[in-house]
Design a protein around this ligand. Structure first.
Ligand SMILES: *Cc1c(COP(=O)(O)O)cnc(C)c1O
Length: 360
């Protein structure tokens, strides 16, 4: 949903256009160095999307035919990437239960590790994937102690840890730590430049040097090398260096809206404030006759009498989501003023619903 702002468009317009694969495009190399440095990892690679970054990570970590990975049952890798790890990489996935805070029960996780290789019945566990922040669970930030424990477990069994860190910069801002404090517990990470950070395209994949060398080959076979990538690198650099600081604003706006839901009269909404940690908010409707999809429809339409009541028509885009909930996301381009408008709209929709109910 993010629209590149003027600074970003200007940086792109000025970028030199050189080829990436043939001569090592300067701007992309610079972006990869900045990333490796920021994450305190040996090397980094620009990839066109987060799904491709995750797929490449799976391909590199699980290189033998009988390799297996362990992923959360509510993870983006498992749900939203078309099963690419099976479809393209030929890697079997076993799932661990995603807990409400995005973490796993460590005992359950350990029970999923198949270490009885070479007994021929079993695949060989190679990789544990974690997601931070956790999308489906509403932007939850993985506790650092959890990451430390996952890494210790992985080390004990000789597995790798990959973080789908599409929004790991949100996690770093929420925990008030540099991203490297989080990533010290993982072998590799993929991070989206195009979500809250506002770049038009791309993700960064980072990890050990030999991992990245193999990742370059996988990226090529997936069609992910980009000619004239300098134009995207210019945007990516701006996203990483200048857009992280403002993420705090998204987190604040999400909390403000969440509090307004709780304070709403009539009390239509259920929100767990402690779970509102970053820029994603998941909440429930307390009236079974008011479904998430009907609520979302009303939020994005300008209804009868609305302009007279509110002074203007307000359209707010949110989606019905898992478990009969509603998902709302804050990002670059959504201001605190927009958030106040969204609150007014929400209150209007809620009071209209009550009026209709009373009349019926
Ligand atoms: C968006 C996202 C990705 C990557 O998605 P692409 O659309 O392929 O860039 C990966 N993981 C999570 C948690 C995401 O939210």
């Amino acid at each position: 949903m993010t629209q590149p702002g003027p600074a970003l468009r200007q940086a792109m317009a000025k970028a030199a256009l050189e080829d990436d694969l043939m001569k090592g495009e300067e701007k992309i190399c610079e972006l990869e160095e900045i990333t490796a440095d920021m994450f305190q990892m040996e090397a980094a690679l620009f990839v066109p999307s987060g799904s491709m970054g995750n797929l490449i990570a799976v391909m590199v970590h699980c290189r033998e035919r009988d390799d297996e990975m362990i992923v959360g049952d509510l993870s983006h890798i498992h749900i939203y990437e078309q099963g690419g790890s099976a479809q393209i990489a030929g890697v079997h996935a076993t799932t661990a239960t995603t807990l409400p805070d995005g973490s796993f029960n460590l005992e359950q996780l350990e029970s999923k590790i198949r270490h009885n290789y070479p007994i021929p019945h079993y695949p060989r566990s190679r990789l544990i994937c974690v997601e931070n922040t956790h999308n489906v669970q509403g932007g939850r930030v993985l506790p650092l102690t959890f990451l430390q424990e996952v890494r210790a477990l992985a080390d004990r069994y000789g597995l790798s840890v990959h973080m789908d860190g599409a929004r790991v910069m949100n996690a770093a801002v929420a925990q008030k730590v540099p991203p490297s404090t989080i990533l010290q517990h993982t072998h590799t990470v993929s991070v989206c430049l195009s979500k809250g950070l506002g770049a038009p395209v791309g993700s960064m994949l980072a990890g050990p040097r030999d991992f990245i060398s193999k990742a370059v080959r996988c990226r090529k076979v997936l069609g992910g090398h980009i000619f004239k990538s300098g134009i995207l690198a210019a945007a990516g650099k701006l996203a990483l260096l200048e857009m992280v600081e403002r993420l705090e604003e998204d987190h604040r706006n999400a909390k403000t809206f969440a509090q307004a839901l709780l304070d709403c009269d009539p009390p239509l909404f259920a929100v767990d404030m402690a779970a509102v940690e970053t820029n994603i908010l998941r909440f429930h409707l307390r009236e079974s006759s008011f479904s998430p999809s009907e609520f979302c429809d009303r939020m994005c339409q300008v209804g009868e009498g609305e302009e007279a009541a509110l002074g203007e028509g307000i359209q707010v885009l949110m989606y019905p989501f898992f478990g009969n909930s509603v998902r709302a996301v804050w990002h670059f381009g959504i201001s605190s003023k927009d958030t106040q408008l969204a609150i007014r709209k929400m209150q209007f929709v809620a009071s209209q619903f009550l009026e209709e109910k009373v009349r019926a």
